[in-house]
Design a protein. Structure first.
Length: 389
């Protein structure tokens, strides 16, 4: 009887912005991303770098190497045992492979040992680089052992493929950097105290591209920076999901969020946070402002969300007329994206809000807004009735 055809799938879990992106299947019971066990010298080891380490010759050369070096354990082949081992290692500044360890077991010790063995024997890689300089980078490589029960005319033939496509932010890495630059609010206290840092945030990219289960993977050393990193990641739009054999899969991503003072043009505070009541403002004969409050309430929360409450005719109860998110652009402008609205055509639209405070205490805000979709323009006045902590 002819030996089974052995197929070994090798997939490289590497992308410009993550240490690893690992698909999570039901059988893996993957309720959260795999834990990162950083080495003692973790400060000198990058989880992510601008230019990822690369096997000499690229993906094809790596597959050729593995084709020649991997030996499917005979006991596993005979017993029909398959599995997937995740091997983690460090590619140092000189391209050497160091600290090779099993990151996640295939479920079989023989497969695990073979995956570790072949990684340890790898030649030097082209090292990862940050700003043109070689750096130590931690790398995770999944090795999938799969048996094809169909007999083949070629004995012990090994077929390699790269079936995985990693999750990607719309527009790629440059778009990520632009998004972070536009949306990060550098904590005022950290600016005043000249505090910098880099937080690593871990999250799931679901099959539909949504960002879920955002959590801190590694602290920047400052809780304010950590909280801001988590906030800005939670606000990200949908990603392009990772795929395996062209099917979307849920994958875990770890992304760095760096806070550097030299990238700040100025600190933009958020003066509109609070609870506001719509009002009519007129100047009286004495030159003072007369304010008559209306019934509508608007809340700008400190997580960059907002909602408006309108009363029913009985003025006893009310309803949420609209809700969405906002971004401060500068000292006089912010944008509102309407996520839900009692008037459906407004949903998904964006309004440019030009605002100013017309009193010294910044209690009365005048807003002139224009909706970019329907060009509707109006002027409103709002009285601050309660600040938010």
């Amino acid at each position: 009887m002819k030996p089974n055809r052995i197929i070994v799938f090798i997939a490289i879990a590497a992308m410009a912005l993550s240490l690893f992106c690992i698909p999570c299947h039901a059988q893996d019971k993957c309720d959260k991303p795999f834990e990162i066990d950083l080495p003692a010298e973790g400060k000198d080891v990058m989880l992510v770098c601008e230019q990822q380490p690369e096997f000499p010759g690229g993906m094809r050369a790596l597959m050729d190497y593995l084709k020649k070096k991997i030996s499917y354990p005979k006991k596993c082949s005979a017993s029909g045992i398959e599995g997937r081992a995740f091997v983690r290692f460090i590619v140092d500044k000189n391209g050497k492979i160091k600290k090779v360890v099993l990151f996640k077991s295939s479920g079989n010790q023989l497969l695990d040992k073979e995956a570790i063995r072949v990684v340890k024997k790898m030649p030097r890689w082209n090292p990862g680089k940050n700003k043109g300089e070689a750096v130590n980078v931690m790398f995770t490589l999944p090795v999938n052992f799969k048996l094809n029960k169909k007999e083949s005319k070629e004995n012990d033939e090994m077929v390699f493929s790269n079936p995985e496509s990693q999750p990607e932010f719309p527009g790629g890495w440059n778009a990520v950097k632009e998004y972070l630059q536009l949306n990060i609010r550098y904590p005022k206290e950290c600016v005043e105290n000249r505090i910098e840092g880099k937080a690593f945030v871990r999250f799931f990219v679901e099959k539909n591209g949504k960002i879920k289960k955002v959590e801190l993977a590694r602290s920047s050393g400052n809780s304010l920076l950590d909280n801001e990193a988590i906030r800005v990641v939670k606000k990200m739009p949908r990603w392009n999901p990772g795929t395996i054999y062209n099917k979307p899969e849920r994958m875990a991503v770890t992304m760095p969020v760096e806070f550097r003072l030299d990238t700040i043009d100025k600190v933009v505070e958020c003066p509109i946070v609070g609870v506001w009541q719509q009002c009519v403002v007129k100047q009286n004969a004495a030159g003072k402002l007369d304010v008559n409050v209306g019934a509508a309430i608007k809340v700008y929360d400190n997580d960059n969300t907002y909602y408006s409450l309108f009363p029913y005719r009985n003025n006893i109860s009310g309803f949420v007329a609209q809700k969405g998110c906002y971004d401060i652009v500068d000292d006089n402008t912010f944008h509102e994206k309407i996520l839900s609205h009692f008037n459906k055509p407004w949903e998904g639209t964006v309004s440019v809000m030009n605002y100013e405070f017309i009193d010294e205490e910044k209690m009365i805000m005048k807003i002139v807004y224009t909706n970019t979709s329907n060009n509707f323009t109006d002027t409103e006045f709002w009285l601050r009735i309660k600040p938010l902590e």
